[in-house]
Design a protein. Structure first.
Length: 395
């Protein structure tokens, strides 16, 4: 007697003989961002960059190896509880293969255990808290964005000696950044002394009192005297500059900010700082495309979080190409040590903590600006190899 083939085998043979094939299911990615709330501008830039990145990498078909890629966008409003809920919804109900998010560090930290619970990869962009790839991380967490320590190491590399005081917002981002700043000075071997830390509420509009305390702390200390400003959202540099720090020999050192904020710094030409992206600095094919297309579509160059969104898209595409099954363990293994292209150039997820190693930039505010977006000149690109980023996670 002839054995009867199982029905599945018969169907497969039939489809093969007829030249047909069962369509593979769509690949799904969730993008979670704080699209309403204080970081709305950052979130919208991230979404724009993410979608443009997929377009650049995948073309109009938006497919990887013949499988259509679907993006599900969710707004966590910068709220940790909502971020946690939305990620669980994405993994559980929406059955996404991989997720990206989010804007707020508080929300991102709340999401980390969810990725571990569902055994699915989460690419963190653009939240910067060091704990994300440090003490709180797990095997499913990868960050394409930079960390607070990478910001701090870039800034510290420009300060060899003298005195520094910090101004930051009085919440997790600000305190994490200043902690990193102090550690970075030690790590880079800087002889600069930290003489004061000032924390102000995020909603502060009158900076007179905190600025005077910073001036008083710095004015008699060894030169150079630097007031480092670490601030998310509307930056207080103009208000601080109006109080004339130069009368005490104090220089301001702002971190890079979004373009609408930096446009207001024109009066402070010559001031130096560090940033993780400015559209005119990187010279590569991906950034050239991003700048040209963004100018064409939005009449303005891409901003730092736009570039970050594109970097996250590149990481997602590379991960799905390496592990198309969507299995989180396989994907996490494939992503360790993975190098992927971004508007800043190639980045690599470090095996030890899954932080993307990347260049940073030392800038100077231009004295002669050719147009409204011609804001910064490059002092030096700081390669990843010059940023001794410590490994702080417990594997």
């Amino acid at each position: 007697m002839k054995r009867i083939k199982p029905m599945a085998a018969v169907l497969l043979a039939t489809f093969a003989a007829g030249g047909n094939a069962v369509a593979a299911p769509d690949l799904k990615v969730a993008l979670i961002a704080g699209k309403t709330g204080p970081l709305e501008a950052y979130a919208k830039e991230t979404e724009t960059g993410f979608m443009m990145g997929l377009e650049y990498l995948l073309g109009p078909k938006m497919a990887i190896n013949g499988r259509k890629l679907t993006v599900i966008v969710k707004d966590d409003q910068g709220k940790p509880d909502l971020g946690r809920t939305l990620l669980a919804e994405a993994y559980g109900d929406d059955q996404v293969d991989i997720a990206v998010g989010t804007t707020s560090s508080g929300s991102a930290l709340a999401m980390l255990p969810v990725a571990k619970e569902y055994k699915k990869v989460l690419v963190v962009e653009p939240a910067v808290a060091d704990e994300i790839t440090g003490a709180k991380r797990n095997k499913y967490i990868f960050r394409s964005g930079r960390s607070s320590m990478q910001d701090a190491l870039a800034a510290a590399s420009t300060l060899k000696n003298g005195s520094v005081a910090f101004l930051a917002q009085d919440y997790a981002f600000g305190r994490d950044a200043i902690k990193a700043g102090k550690q970075a000075l030690q790590t880079t071997g800087s002889k600069a002394s930290v003489v004061h830390e000032e924390y102000a509420p995020a909603a502060t509009t009158d900076f007179t009192a905190p600025t005077q305390r910073l001036f008083d702390a710095l004015k008699d200390k060894p030169q150079p005297r630097v007031l480092a400003i670490v601030w998310a959202g509307p930056n207080p540099m103009n208000k601080i500059a109006d109080m004339k720090p130069e009368r005490y020999g104090i220089s301001l050192a702002p971190g890079g900010n979004i373009l609408p904020i930096m446009k207001t710094w024109k009066a402070y030409a010559g001031t130096e700082g560090t940033t993780h992206y400015y559209y005119g600095f990187p010279k590569n094919k991906m950034n050239d495309w991003l700048v040209a297309e963004h100018m064409k579509r939005f009449k303005a160059p891409p901003d730092m979080f736009t570039a970050g969104g594109m970097a996250a898209a590149s990481a997602v595409v590379a991960a799905l190409q390496k592990a198309p099954s969507g299995n989180g363990d396989q994907m996490a293994a494939a992503m360790e040590g993975m190098t992927f292209d971004t508007p800043k150039g190639a980045m690599t997820f470090r095996k030890e903590d899954h932080q993307a190693l990347q260049s940073m930039y030392h800038f100077r505010i231009k004295k002669i600006q050719q147009n409204e977006w011609d804001l910064l000149e490059l002092v030096r690109e700081i390669p990843a190899g010059d940023l001794p980023l410590p490994v702080t996670n417990k594997r």
